[in-house]
Ligand binder design. Structure first.
Ligand SMILES: [Mg+2]
Length: 228
């Protein structure tokens, strides 16, 4: 029987919020305050379920198109203002920096494929203190169409001239964005999404957090490799 040739990965694309830094719940609280202030209060669980999609899509996803038209820009401005207040409380996940270094040691281009704001990404990079192994970054304003569209991951791959990549993320939106290219995704539960939710979205494997993935990194890469 002919065996399909499987090329090795040369690039890994990493989501940042909920994957490398423990920020998702601060984003939920920031959005919750923002929606309340524009007069369209939302339940936190609905906000959490939308975390990880681009801010340009989140208002419509959570509150509908009319709310987006009436309050979208105001809500986004307020979300940023509140998150700017909370950001100094945000911590990197344990061993997140070690995970980045371990990926680089395996010969991979390491790209932070964030859809966040430039100053939020800058803060995350300071927390991770791993610029020595980060080959490129993206941020939300780099593309017109945010996750779950695949544009951000395509751009991230292009920035390093990558040939074959896998994605590490925390949200169903990461999995869907990656699948549209298509790239396989390993998910972490550290963003607050259930394993069943992530697997149903198409994640190839799910680990607790950066430290758990680091402990099983070669297995995870192999799962992705055989999935492609
Ligand atoms: Mg995320």
């Amino acid at each position: 029987m002919e065996r399909m040739a499987t090329e090795d990965f040369d690039t890994v694309l990493l989501d940042v919020d909920g994957t490398l830094i423990d920020s998702n719940y601060w984003h939920v609280v920031s959005w919750q305050r923002a929606f309340t202030q524009v007069g369209a209060p939302q339940q936190d669980w609905r906000l959490h379920a939308a975390i990880g999609m681009g801010g340009d899509r989140l208002v419509t996803e959570v509150a509908g198109e009319d709310a987006e038209k009436a309050h979208g820009d105001a809500a986004r401005d307020l979300w940023k203002r509140y998150y700017d207040e909370y950001i100094t409380e945000v911590l990197p996940f344990p061993r997140a920096a070690d995970l980045l270094h371990a990926l680089k040691e395996r010969g991979l281009n390491v790209v932070l494929a964030s859809s966040g704001k430039p100053d939020h990404l800058e803060f995350a990079r300071k927390l991770l203190a791993s610029d020595d192994v980060i080959d490129a970054v993206t941020q939300g304003d780099d593309v017109d169409t945010s996750k779950p569209a695949g544009d951000l991951f395509s751009l991230a791959l292009d920035r390093v001239g990558g040939r074959k990549a896998f994605v590490i993320g925390d949200a169903p939106w990461d999995v869907k964005a990656a699948a549209s290219i298509p790239l396989p995704t390993v998910c972490l539960r550290s963003g607050g999404f259930a394993e069943e939710t992530l697997l149903a979205a198409g994640a190839k494997a799910v680990y607790d957090d950066a430290a758990d993935l680091l402990a099983h990194l070669d297995d995870a890469i192999e799962v992705c490799r055989t999935a492609t």
